[in-house]
Each structure stands twice: as C-alpha cells, then as structure tokens.
Design a protein around this ligand. Structure first.
Ligand code: AMP
Length: 198
C-alpha cells in the first residue's frame, strides 16, 4: 500500500502517518524529517537546505526527489509506505509518479486532511511549546513568522496537487479538524473502503 498524506503544515499529517505506521507496519517517509536529519548531520544536502528550511520556503525539487528515490528502494519499503510532506509541488508529483512507474508500482490513494487555516498557527505554536516542555529541540520553523511563509508556499505550490490527484481519481478527503482519534478512524474507513489490504 502506497499512500500520500496531503495538507498544510499543522494539518496533522505526521501524527496520522505515525498511527498508520503502528497499525500497518509500513514506514513513514517524511521528507521534512529526512531533511532535518541531513541538516543535523551537516551533509552537503543539509548544508544547502538549512537556510531555505529556516525561512519556511521549499527545498529544490531535485534534492527532495533524489532523497525519495533512494529511500523507496530500501527493503522496509517493499510492502509500501506513507508519504508525509512529499510531493509538495507539481514537478514532485510527476517525479514520484515516474519513480513508481519505473518500478512497476502505483499509488493506492491520496488523503487530504482538510483543515481551517486559522487553527493551524495555534497547532504549530502548541507543537513548539510541547517540544520545549519535553526538553526537545524546537523546530526553527515552528513560529508564527515562518509559519506564514510556510502556509503561503503551501497555497502557491502544494495546493494545486489537490486538483492534480482529484483528476487522477486518487483523491480522498478527511475532516482534519475533527478530534485526532476520529481523523484516524476516518482514514481507516477510507482505506478499508478502497479495499486496501492493510
Ligand atoms: P515539514 O517537516 O514537512 O513541515 O517540512 C519542513 C521543511 O522542509 C519545509 O518547510 C521545507 O523547507 C522542507 N521540505 C520538506 N519536504 C519538502 C518537499 N517535499 N519539498 C520541498 N521542501 C520540503
């Protein structure tokens, strides 16, 4: 099973992806997590990506496509994966389509978490507070100023993917404003309906 979780920053993609990992034993491929690991390890990709990420802008398609292409060939992806935060642009969507085609694979579904923009910044600030309280590092882009840019990037570059996947008959939507467990249940129901063997 290969699926994409789509939605703006703070929509709950990461949380829902983790729940799907637990339930179905397939990995969560978060390009944000992979890029943050590259930044922390100061790899050439990380060094290039850092300033762009700190500003809330998108890293180049070439960089993220290369990261994902390498990742999906790892053995733990053999039974499928959950793409979280990727693709984020139309060229990335084309690229992942081509990657899967080349491997004789396809996407099962794209699930959009539909949320109210006004709630998002509050969720992001809460995430920053919780990380701080837990003694964890707070993401440099989890603050109100950078969040505005992240949301603009979402509308400019990522929201067009909703139409792209709708036209392909792959898009399904879930109310991302519902309580977390309810969102999880709605996703499970969609996957069951899609006849997914998960
Ligand atoms: P996230 O953890 O998904 O919120 O991503 C954090 C940051 O990583 C984003 O604001 C971008 O700078 C970068 N990033 C993550 N995924 C992508 C992607 N698919 N394309 C471009 N940039 C990305």
């Amino acid at each position: 099973m290969r699926l994409i979780l789509l939605g703006p920053p703070g929509a709950g993609k990461g949380t829902q992806a983790q729940r799907l990992v637990e339930k179905h034993g397939i990995p969560q491929l978060s390009t944000g997590d992979m890029l943050r690991a590259a930044v922390a390890a100061q790899t050439p990709v990380g060094v290039k990506a850092k300033a762009v990420m700190d500003a809330g802008e998108l890293v180049s398609d070439a960089i993220v496509n290369a990261i994902v292409a390498e990742r999906i060939d790892q053995p733990d992806c053999a039974n499928g994966f959950i793409l979280d935060g990727y693709p984020r642009t139309l060229p990335q969507a084309d690229a992942v389509g081509a990657m899967l085609d080349e491997r004789g694979l396809s996407l099962n579904t794209v699930i959009e978490l539909v949320v109210d923009d006004k709630a998002l910044v509050g969720r992001i600030l809460k995430r920053a507070e919780q990380a701080k309280a837990a003694g964890q590092a707070v993401r440099k882009d989890d603050n109100a100023e950078v969040f505005d840019e992240r949301l603009r990037e979402y509308y400019k570059k990522t929201a067009p993917l909703i139409g792209y996947y709708y036209a392909k008959g792959l898009l399904q939507t879930v109310d991302g404003m519902a309580e977390m467990d309810k969102v999880t249940a709605s996703i499970a129901a969609l996957l069951a309906k899609a006849g997914a063997k998960m």
